[in-house]
Design a binder for this molecule. Structure first.
Ligand code: DC
Length: 214
């Protein structure tokens, strides 16, 4: 039996990163934020070619420097937008696939969060969560996060960004954001961080009990 894999998907600022990190700590599993890979591709295409096009983004994904993953610029609003643009290209997704699959396949098990973990990267994962929240709640969370990082931006602009990214991430042909049939939906709109973490833990405990029996 391979390791226990937890797949956490959902739209921007749904709380999936917090939920996934909490689960990784709880179960002592390695954690991969796959959004960072796409952010690194977008930022590196921007730096090297002045923008995100199919050729520049695919080249950036094929030559991705892991050191870039620690760059704080990846956490900015602009990087999120560049990532979403880069993520529509099949060449970009293909270049990042092996790394993510290898991460999921390590013997210890793993937690990955993103948009296509339960559908494409780790379709056999025994635990799958689809974390969501209303666009308004997500916009407010992202606004607080960016303000905390010193980025000054209007809440209305963040809400518009979120809607645009939802549309692009869900509407693209390549690995669109969609809930896997066997993923459990976790709506965090009215939940505190602790409540969301607790709900996620209960979902995973059920999945783990079934996995241990199989
Ligand atoms: O989770 P995030 O906001 O850091 O992701 C940034 C963008 O990267 C997101 O808008 C779409 C893309 N992405 C993706 O297409 N597939 C993933 N597994 C993770 C992120």
């Amino acid at each position: 039996m391979s390791g226990f894999v937890i797949a956490v998907d959902g739209p921007a600022a749904s709380g999936k990163g917090t939920v996934a990190q909490g689960l990784a700590t709880l179960y002592g599993l390695p954690y991969l934020d796959t959004g960072l890979l796409y952010r690194a591709v977008g930022v590196s295409a921007q730096r090297q070619a002045g923008g995100v096009g199919e050729a520049s983004a695919t080249a950036a994904a094929q030559a991705l420097d892991p050191a870039l993953l620690d760059d704080p610029e990846l956490r900015t609003r602009a990087a999120g937008e560049l990532a979403s643009q880069a993520a529509v290209f099949t060449g970009v997704r293909a270049a990042l696939l092996r790394f993510q699959r290898d991460f999921a396949a390590q013997g210890s098990g793993a937690v990955l969060d993103g948009r296509d973990i339960g559908t494409i990267i780790a379709p056999e994962a025994p635990a799958k969560l689809f974390v969501t929240a209303s666009p308004e709640v997500r916009a407010e969370r992202r606004w607080k996060q960016l303000s905390g990082q010193g980025e000054s931006v209007a809440l209305a602009d963040i809400l518009a960004d979120i809607r645009l990214r939802d549309e692009r991430d869900s509407g693209r042909a390549a690995a669109p954001l969609v809930k896997a049939d066997d993923a459990v939906l976790l709506d965090t709109s009215v939940l505190s961080i602790e409540q969301a973490a607790d709900a996620a833990r209960r979902i995973v405990e059920t999945a783990r009990a079934n996995w241990a029996k199989a």
